[in-house]
Design a protein around this ligand. Structure first.
Ligand SMILES: [Zn+2]
Length: 684
């Protein structure tokens, strides 16, 4: 294929909102496009460094902000496509491009001339008459240079560049191994009797999956969370649950896709990076630029919740064992039994079950719900735009309007699982909003992996799926509502342990009775979720929180344990994970939410490395923050919503996050609402 289509990435897009013209390029166009965009960015940076005029805010800091626009545009689209439509044509390209991008980033930040100019502006920042956001921009650019090695000598810079390129290559291989395993079938069933316990939706999805794999008349449970968890919850076949559980927890763990040697390599490279930059360990390096600030602060929070979570999980285990014994099961509860028996206990104790609830949570109505909440809190409205180019036929695009009239940006919803899509759910910005040079509006995406219904049937969500929808929409609002002036300070470009606050706080609105009454409606009968069921959902909100807390905090503690090693060379990841969990008292019946060989958060890139704790850190903020609405006596209280918008969703990284939180709440957060929200107060 020729690369002639690469031109499209460099032209202004005349679509409404400048929406990306998906379909106007082929995967092969990305190679030449990257080549040209990298060369352009290098030239822009060289020009900034070569100026004879003395460094000032305009000719140095703003010039850096303006440089590299096409590269940013192409990288965002490339990341979007490799995450949602991966396949052989992208795999090879990604392995080629990732190290080149990494090398470019390092070379940019290692440029002594550029850094000297940034330092000169930084030294005079108080005297330049800059506003607070511009001053922060200067500080952030300086920090980014320093954290990327600008202060190293030439040999240090060479070594760091080699480390970063090697890391980019290993990240890509790690990610591709996990995705290859997730494309596999965990289980192929030929006999309808083996489907006992599964809902009609799950059976239909398993049949469709088999059909797509050329196995008509059979049923396939694939190795993705969206098909594994419902199977483990519903299947009455203990032997099959074990097979599916083991396939799921051993992604990236063996054979040609074994990620364990890559983990050792990643940790070794990260430790070297930290040492080069003057830190004892990678955790020290990563945490030094977060709200938590130190390893001790991050770990302290995790351990504070860990002990009561373990106690609660043990009570949950005992309840389930009692049920197994009463049924004459004659076996000890195993990890592949947890979700199945938890569901049984929930049914007995709260008269709630997933299968009974699911028909009330229709994807289309839940989308209306997330949009309606944004309307009531922030005055946003959403208009479907079927006329814009879509990256895939399943994707829905909305124009977002602010307070009735003002067009704000675009929101892309890509909800269904399909081959080639990374598992999990996430938000990304195809364009961050900013006010520089007349500004640009936001284009954000939400990508999920909900099970696609049979043709003509409504898509139904579990309560967890619905929570995911609210979560990712909260990230989406963070991307949409940003009013930071400078692109690099905009939207979700914030401290890692602040970034989950806008998403997690939004989850609180899902279970509000005033939301459920309007949007939880039965797919067959149209009946609104009965009040008695709403009350039972509220009563069951702490149910299984021991398990949920343990599987998540275990992942966070293992992440910190890996990254606090001063010398991880030659590490045996399997033994390290096992020993770390044993020392923490991890129950045998619970697996880490993400076992090491597929812990993509921390091993397919740097973003969450030594940072998985951030979900819990942000939960301190979201639980405490939502209390502001509770105290006001109204989940849509206009004053609190206005402060939430102004101090949490709008500022991006234009101000210090702890200070922003204080402006929103009037004080620092406390940890009690988090413990109460997980039902762990009495246990702790
Ligand atoms: Zn999130």
């Amino acid at each position: 294929m020729s690369g002639a289509g690469a031109e499209v990435f460099f032209q202004p897009w005349t679509t409404p909102f400048g929406a990306p013209p998906f379909g106007a390029w082929t995967p092969a166009d990305f190679g030449p496009a990257f080549e040209r965009a990298l060369a352009e960015h290098r030239r822009e940076l060289a020009d900034i460094g070569a100026q004879t005029a003395p460094p000032d805010f305009e000719n140095t800091i703003l010039a850096l902000e303006r440089a590299g626009r096409p590269l940013g545009r192409i990288a965002a689209l490339f990341d979007h496509q490799t995450s949602t439509q991966a396949g052989p044509e992208f795999d090879a390209l990604e392995r080629e491009i990732a190290p080149r991008l990494a090398r470019h980033q390092v070379e940019y930040r290692a440029d002594a001339g550029l850094f000297a100019r940034v330092e000169a502006v930084y030294a005079r920042r108080e005297a330049l008459g800059l506003d607070a956001e511009a001053q922060r921009l200067v500080e952030r650019h300086r920090i980014e240079f320093i954290r990327a090695g600008a202060m190293l000598d030439a040999s240090g810079k060479d070594r760091l560049r080699a480390v970063m390129e090697a890391l980019a290559d290993v990240f890509t291989r790690f990610r591709q191994n996990v995705m290859a395993d997730e494309r596999r079938a965990a289980l192929v069933l030929e006999n309808e009797a083996d489907l006992e316990g599964l809902s009609p939706e799950l059976r239909a999805a398993a049949a469709a999956d088999a059909e797509a794999r050329g196995l008509p008349g059979k049923w396939v449970i694939s190795v993705s969370r969206s098909s594994v968890e419902p199977f483990l919850q519903a299947s009455t076949r203990r032997d099959l649950r074990q097979i599916v559980f083991e396939a799921f927890t051993r992604r990236g763990d063996a054979g040609a896709t074994d990620n364990k040697p890559l983990i050792a390599e990643i940790l070794r490279l990260r430790a070297e990076r930290a040492h080069l930059l003057g830190f004892d360990t990678y955790a020290d390096y990563a945490l030094s630029d977060t709200m938590a600030g130190t390893l001790a602060a991050a770990e302290g929070l995790l351990l504070r919740v860990w002990a009561p979570a373990l106690r609660r999980a043990d009570e949950e285990r005992a309840d389930m064992q009692a049920l197994i014994d009463a049924e004459g099961g004659g076996f000890p509860l195993a990890a592949w039994d947890w979700r199945f028996y938890a569901e049984k206990v929930r049914r007995e104790r709260f008269a709630l079950d997933e299968a009974g609830l699911k028909p009330y949570f229709q994807l289309d109505l839940m989308i209306e719900a997330v949009q309606d909440v944004a309307g009531r809190l922030f005055g946003l409205s959403f208009v479907l735009r079927d006329d814009l180019p879509r990256p895939h036929p399943d994707v829905r695009i909305w124009e977002v309007r602010d307070r009735g009239e003002t067009p704000l940006g675009l929101f892309y919803g890509d909800y269904f699982a399909r081959p080639g899509k990374r598992s999990g759910a996430w938000m990304s910005s195809l364009r961050v909003p900013h006010g520089l040079d007349g500004g640009e509006g936001p284009i954000v995406t939400n990508t999920c992996n909900f099970v696609k219904p049979a043709p003509g049937r409504p898509a139904l969500l579990s309560l967890n799926d619905a929570r995911t929808l609210f979560h990712e929409f909260g990230h989406g609002l963070h991307g949409l509502l940003s009013r930071a002036h400078y692109p690099s300070l905009s939207a979700t470009n914030v401290a890692l342990d602040f970034v989950e606050l806008p998403s997690q706080i939004y989850e609180h609105w899902l279970l509000r009775p005033e939301v459920l009454r309007r949007f939880a409606r039965h797919a067959e009968t149209g009946e609104t979720l009965p009040e008695a069921l709403i009350a039972r959902i509220q009563a069951a909100r702490h149910f299984n929180q021991g398990f949920t807390s343990v599987e998540m905090i275990a992942s966070a503690l293992v992440d910190l344990a890996y990254h606090r090693l001063p010398d991880p060379a030659g590490l045996d990841a399997e033994a390290f994970e096992r020993d770390t969990l044993a020392a923490l008292g991890m129950p045998a019946e619970i697996a880490m939410r993400h076992r090491s060989p597929h812990f993509a958060h921390i091993f397919d890139g740097d973003f969450y490395a030594a940072g998985y704790y951030a979900y819990l850190w942000a939960e301190v903020l979201d639980a405490d923050g939502f209390q502001a609405f509770v105290e006001a006596g109204d989940p849509f209280d206009a004053d609190v919503a206005d402060r939430l918008r102004r101090f949490i969703y709008e500022p991006g990284n234009s101000a210090d996050p702890a200070e922003l939180y204080r402006q929103f709440r009037g004080r620092d957060p406390g940890v009690e609402p988090l413990l109460a929200g997980r039902g762990l107060l009495s246990a702790g």
